[in-house]
Every structure is written in structure tokens, then in C-alpha cells.
Design a protein around this ligand. Structure first.
Ligand SMILES: [Zn+2]
Length: 341
């Protein structure tokens, strides 16, 4: 069988489901930790590799929060954001919608205007210096409740940074019903932001229906349980509501017990617009290129199939039409040149 890794590595890609702090690689964490020596996070990249080895999901959350705690100043925010883009550029990710939880930072005392300036400064630098186009999704940390939801909506609508395109909802799903967030999604949507909640990662298809009907979801973060409901699959396919599938993440968090049992094949067979994403890549020991390799194996894809997958992400993105056309051309040109070698 052909080794698809070299093709994937050079394939121009778009990523739609990837978290800001969750993208901090050991290299970035080491830099932030060295700025804040009082934190318990190791500064040596080798020790960090061990630090990033999780014993279970609770341990993952603990480590994640210790990294959140390293982002204390606007300069930390800028460094994190720009360095994440550098890691994306190395994988030929040309466009990414980065999910940011501004509430985690403003609640920790980072000035909200300085926060917005830091991410915007990093976004412009990433585009001009690295050729990576970044857009933002501001998400509600579901576990922090309605106060966090109101604050996130206020930050999104009142301070709206230029790169902001969408509004999301993350955190645990169990015990955090989606419909209660409707007023905040209504505010964000009235301001022209797209709706992209996480749903159906650890709960059943009803959460996905709730996200569509109550929150106006235009894409679904994960949507793993959609395959339990044929009517829902048909609805997603008909309305081109894309699923942001993150295979390795689903195994790491045990949303799916085994990669070979991942329902992505059924999603594709039902005609759903499936995109492949990395979620919190360094924390799950993955990156987008690895997720594409996993998808190729699960879906039996060759180079053309992988190029179609990359174009699915372009279609489901909130990039403007000219930007979409340009990225699709890059994917087509790369693929035909590769196959003509
Ligand atoms: Zn996520």
C-alpha cells in the first residue's frame, strides 16, 4: 500500500475544530512556563513530554488547566497564538478557525481590549509572515454556566475582533443541556456570527438536534452520536450541516472506544459533509496530518480522496468565496502535480 504520509504533509489543508490553549505544543508550553517559574509546569521539553502523558481524562483536564494558567499576560496570548500558527504552517495548514475561550483569560484578569489586540496582532503576523489565515470562534466554557455564556456573548458582540467569525460552546455535555444557551447564541447570531457548538461527543443524538433547533448550529463539533439516528444523519446531509470529526481526540477522551469502531465511515456513507480535525493536538499526541492519515485508513482513501476531504473543510469553513476558491485551487494543483510525478 502507498505511504500517504508524504502526500498528506504537503497537502494544503484547512482546520475547523482546534482549540487555542489545546494547541500549545511542548515547545510553546516550555516557553510560557519559563516566563512563569512559579508554575509547576516543567520548562524542559523532555520533561514536558512526560507531563503530557495522561493517565486518564481527569488527568488531561488537570494538565489542560495548568497550561491555561500559564497564559497570564497579553504577551503570553500573542506568543501562544502566533506560535500555534507556526506549528500549523509546518503542517501546511493554510486556514484555521481557532476556538478561543476568552472568558478563561478575562476572568483571570487579562484586560479584555488587550486580549483582543493580542490575538489580532498574532493573526495579522501569522498571515503575513507564515501564510496561515486565522479566524476565531469564541466559545462558551459550558461548565462555567450562564454567567460565562453572557460574558462570552458580550465579548464577542461588543468587542468583536476583526477575525471573529463564529460562536461556540464547549466543555462537558453531560449535565449541561444545550437549550439554556439559546439567548446567547441568539445575540451572537444577530450580530452575524456563525453557530458552531460542540454536540453529540459524549451524549446522544438529542443534543445534536437541540443544537440545531435551539442554537441554530451550522456545523457540529464532533457529532459522534449522529450515527445513532438515521433521521438526523439525513437531516445533516440534506442541510449540509458539517460534522467536525476529531478521531484521535475521540479515543483519548473515550467518546469512542476503538478507532476501528469510529462512526466516520457511516457519516460519509450517509452523505454528511465530514471534515477532519485535531481538537487539542499536542495533548492527544497528534496533529492534523496524523488525523488525515487516520481518516485515510478508516475511510480507505487514496490521494484524491484525501484531497476531497481537504476540500470538505474548505466548503464547511467560514472563509469568503474568493478565499475558498483560492484554497481549492491550491489543493487541486498540489494533488494533480503529485499524481503526475
Ligand atoms: Zn473541541
Amino acid at each position: 500500500m502507498t505511504d500517504l504520509h508524504p502526500f498528506i504533509a504537503g497537502l494544503p489543508k484547512a482546520e475547523l475544530h482546534v482549540h487555542h490553549v489545546g494547541s500549545a505544543s511542548p515547545r510553546i508550553v516550555a516557553e510560557l512556563a519559563s516566563r512563569h517559574p512559579d508554575s509547576k509546569v516543567p520548562t524542559d521539553p523532555e520533561a514536558l513530554a512526560d507531563y503530557f502523558t495522561f493517565t486518564d481524562f481527569a488527568h488531561f483536564v488537570e494538565v489542560y488547566l495548568s497550561v491555561v494558567d500559564l497564559v497570564r499576560t497579553p504577551e503570553d496570548v500573542r506568543t501562544l497564538t502566533f506560535e500555534v500558527a507556526r506549528d500549523m504552517a509546518r503542517q501546511n495548514i493554510r486556514y484555521a478557525e481557532l476556538t478561543i475561550t476568552p472568558y478563561s483569560s478575562t476572568r483571570r484578569g487579562i484586560d479584555e481590549k488587550a486580549f483582543m489586540e493580542a490575538i489580532e496582532d498574532a493573526r495579522r503576523a501569522a498571515e503575513s509572515q507564515l501564510g496561515v489565515i486565522l479566524r476565531w470562534c469564541f466559545d462558551i466554557p459550558g461548565e462555567a454556566g450562564l454567567e460565562a455564556a453572557a460574558e462570552t456573548a458580550r465579548l464577542a458582540v461588543d468587542l468583536r475582533p476583526e477575525g471573529l467569525v463564529s460562536f461556540g460552546l464547549g466543555g462537558p455535555e453531560i449535565g449541561v443541556p444545550r437549550p439554556q444557551f439559546k439567548p446567547y447564541f441568539d445575540q451572537a447570531r444577530a450580530a452575524g456570527l456563525h453557530s458552531v457548538p460542540h454536540a453529540g461527543e459524549t451524549t446522544g443524538p438529542q443534543t445534536i438536534w437541540d443544537s440545531i433547533r435551539e442554537l441554530g448550529a451550522e456545523r457540529i463539533g464532533h457529532g459522534t452520536s449522529a450515527t445513532q439516528d438515521p433521521e438526523l444523519l439525513a437531516y445533516l446531509a440534506e442541510h449540509r450541516i458539517a460534522l467536525e470529526v476529531c478521531p484521535t481526540s475521540n479515543i483519548a477522551t473515550r467518546a469512542v472506544s476503538d478507532l476501528d469502531l469510529h462512526p466516520v465511515k457511516e457519516m460519509v456513507a450517509a452523505g454528511v459533509l465530514v471534515t477532519i480535525n485535531s481538537d487539542d493536538p499536542p495533548m492527544f499526541g497528534s496533529d492534523l496530518n496524523n488525523e488525515y492519515a487516520v481518516a485515510a485508513r478508516l475511510l480507505g482513501l487514496d490521494e484524491r480522496g484525501l484531497a476531497r476531504l481537504a476540500k470538505n473543510a474548505v466548503e464547511a469553513s467560514f472563509l469568503d468565496e474568493a478565499g475558498k476558491a483560492k484554497l481549492n485551487t491550491e489543493i487541486d494543483t498540489y494533488t494533480s502535480q503529485w499524481l503526475a510525478r
